[in-house]
Design a protein around this ligand. Structure first.
Ligand SMILES: [Cu+2]
Length: 152
């Protein structure tokens, strides 16, 4: 549950930043930029019909928080947002329907952490191959992630 604790901590500091920011914002402040960006995207190789996961760093360089609310890819019959958690000695994954992305912060999708799960692949993913995943945000923005297939 390390991840959600971190996210919670970022959210409370964000609230403080938002209050302070509102108090001292200049009259003619620049328009709000909400730069969302996925970096270093990669996916695990897998056979057709099997599962794979996509990892990347999702950055929000803007001044407004946003929330990831959807993931989609045409390489899989089902694409889900997952988080991994340890229970005793085993790792479990569970689906989440939203993931907060605070302003001026980033969230890592990484092995044993959050990931985009590709289920029932429509084609094999071989090293050197690439695929795309579309991320949808609460703000209405979308981000296209181009991931290369490689061994972890
Ligand atoms: Cu998963």
């Amino acid at each position: 549950m390390k991840n959600s604790q971190r996210i919670f901590a970022s959210c409370s500091s964000l609230l403080v930043a938002a209050l302070v920011g509102a108090a001292c914002a200049p009259k003619d402040a620049a328009p709000v930029v909400n730069a969302l960006e996925a970096r270093d995207a990669w996916a695990r190789p897998a056979d057709s019909g099997a599962m794979s996961a996509v990892y990347f760093t999702l950055g929000n360089g803007g001044t407004e928080s946003d929330t990831l609310i959807g993931v989609a890819s045409d390489v899989a019959a089902r694409t889900e947002m997952h988080v991994s958690m340890q229970q005793g000695r085993t790792m479990h994954m569970s689906q989440v329907t939203s993931l907060p992305l605070p302003a001026n912060d980033s969230v890592s999708f990484r092995p044993l952490g959050a990931h985009v799960m590709l289920m029932d692949l429509r084609r094999p993913l071989v090293p050197g191959d690439s695929l795309s995943v579309t991320l949808s945000f609460h703000s209405g923005r979308t981000v296209e992630v181009r991931a290369s297939v490689r061994q972890p």
